[in-house]
Design a protein around this ligand. Structure first.
Ligand code: CA
Length: 226
């Protein structure tokens, strides 16, 4: 599941992102309303966490624009204010839930999961490539019906590859998505994790789903290899 966090307070953004990533969510951060709005319109997020007091374009305006585009993405509003009239205004603008700062991460997580469950009742949470299934809500992986146990990072990497099945993803794209932006290790970390994934997902099966695209990166596909 991919979450966009629009929050200008660096400490809050890092705290929330770290916690969500530990729960296997992929998190993109925007620190202002304009770029947040652009990211929300450009990518297909599963959930938005939106601060109200933002430099430039305010959170309520971001929310209104998103809804004007007919986007149904669940939006959890985060704010330091707790005035009733403001809550009403934001619910009317299309917020799905509201959390007042300061908050405990556990409460944020419960609300995020509830919103994601609601959002996926009418569309399947299961991604499929060939006989591989990734249930994004339960965070479970099966191949040919058999459950595969993955570590947190392995799961995030596989979910990203499968969600983009058929597309080639560069090591840089994978690192930006699966690891923190602050990650400064070597890009061969991706190769190491792909090796782990192959040993769990592909090794027992004649059709290898995880493909190396030489000089570029990786992709997942069940098309016959050329
Ligand atoms: Ca703020």
């Amino acid at each position: 599941m991919r979450i966009l966090l629009i929050e200008d307070e660096k400490k809050v953004a890092e705290f929330v992102a770290r916690g969500l990533r530990a729960e296997r969510f992929a998190v993109d951060i925007s620190n202002n309303g304009q770029s947040g709005w652009e990211m929300a319109s450009a990518y297909n997020y599963d959930l938005l966490i939106l601060d109200l007091m933002l430099p430039g374009l305010g959170g309520t305006e971001v929310l209104k624009r998103i809804r004007r585009q007919k986007s149904q993405v669940p939006v959890l509003v985060l704010t330091a204010r707790d005035g009733t009239s403001e809550k009403v205004e934001n619910f009317e603008a299309g917020a799905d839930d509201y959390l007042t700062k300061p908050f405990a991460f556990a409460e944020l997580l419960v609300r995020v999961k509830a919103l994601l469950r609601r959002g996926t009742t009418d569309r399947s949470s299961v991604l499929r490539v060939g006989d591989l299934e990734v249930d994004r809500l339960a965070q479970q992986v099966r191949r040919a019906g058999k459950r595969i146990e993955l570590t947190s990072k392995e799961y995030s990497l596989l979910e990203y590859l499968v969600a983009n099945a058929g597309r080639v993803l560069s090591r840089t794209m994978i690192i930006e998505h699966v690891w923190d932006e602050s990650f400064e290790g070597l890009t061969n970390i991706v190769d190491v994790y792909v090796r782990h994934l192959r040993s769990k997902v592909d090794v027992l099966h004649p059709c290898k789903l995880i493909r190396t695209v030489r000089g570029v990166g990786y992709s997942v596909s069940d098309e016959p290899e050329t």
